[in-house]
Ligand binder design. Structure first.
Ligand code: COA
Length: 260
């Protein structure tokens, strides 16, 4: 195990990494140290070519992440708030644009910036009893780390507006119905590990290119989107892992992907 910063713990388990926000006494709120630790973890994981999936979780039982650190924020002057929101967005964009598959393992509170962080992940698993919402408008602000953009793209404008314009919270069953989470589990970490194990069956470069195809092609007209998909597909053609998969199939064995 290695510690990126005391506020974020990074643990490696073969092709799956575990990044844990470690500030349970503040319900894993997004203070400066946490955000800097997340950025450091995102940069580190991006460089590891055999890593397939990253599980992102929050320490303790009470919260995945309670959003902005409201205590730290209270002591900030306006220019500091602006600078911090920029840092937050840059970090979230690193995670959303990561070449790896990020899976949010959600328990307890997943609110405000916490939900926006989960929205930067590719997949979300919520534990029974979790509470998800964007309460910003009740706090005199609006979601400022991608919530107004990523949420409607994920679940549709009407559903997103209901959450953004009421600040209300949903439970995992409702979140599943909305398409806000992929799976509900009694144990969010076990659920995320099971999902990561499935992701880890895939070739690393395939995962990166499939993610780019979906994320960057989604807003294009169909014809341009199909051309973009083809461009992403073409990246996989000269890879050793593609040849390895064909050989493994012929030899009736599991492929040994190297991310090359
Ligand atoms: N920023 C900083 N500290 C926070 C925090 C946040 N977002 N959320 C919780 N904490 C702190 C509390 O101030 C408290 O500290 P204290 O022990 O020094 O008083 C500690 O975490 C525990 O909070 P508490 O409310 O007692 O825990 P809980 O488990 O009963 O409830 C929450 C957890 C997350 C539901 C509740 O704290 C909450 O609603 N927080 C605000 C969430 C929010 O509005 N976020 C959006 C920001 S845009």
């Amino acid at each position: 195990m290695s510690t990126a910063t005391p506020s974020v713990i990074v643990e490696r388990d073969g092709p799956v990494w575990h990044v844990q926000i470690n500030a349970p006494e503040r319900r894993n709120a997004l203070g400066r140290a946490v955000v800097e630790g997340l950025a450091e973890a995102a940069r580190a994981v991006a460089q590891e070519k055999t890593v397939r999936a990253v599980i992102l979780s929050g320490a303790g039982e009470k919260a995945f992440c309670a959003g902005a650190d409201l205590k730290e924020r209270r002591g900030m002057a306006e220019p500091e708030v602006r600078a911090f929101v920029t840092l937050l967005n840059d970090t979230f964009n690193l995670i959303a644009g990561s070449p790896k598959v990020w899976i949010a393992a959600i328990q307890g509170a997943c609110l405000g910036g916490g939900l926006e962080l989960a929205l930067c992940c590719d997949l979300r698993v919520a534990r029974d009893g979790a509470s998800l919402g964007l309460p910003e408008a009740r706090l005199g602000i609006i979601p400022g780390a991608g919530g107004t953009q990523r949420l409607p793209r994920l679940i549709g404008v009407a559903r997103a507006k209901e959450l953004v314009l009421t600040g209300s919270r949903v439970d995992p069953v409702e979140a599943l119905r909305l398409g806000l989470v992929n799976r509900v589990a009694q144990d969010h970490l076990a659920g995320a590990r099971a999902l990561a194990a499935e992701v880890a069956l895939c070739a690393p470069i395939s995962l990166t290119q499939a993610k780019r195809a979906v994320d960057l092609g989604g807003d294009l007209p169909m014809e341009a989107g199909l051309r973009w998909e083809r461009a992403c597909y073409d990246v996989t053609i000269p890879t050793r892992d593609r040849v390895e998969a064909l050989e493994a199939f012929a030899q009736k064995r599991k492929p040994d992907f190297k991310g090359e």
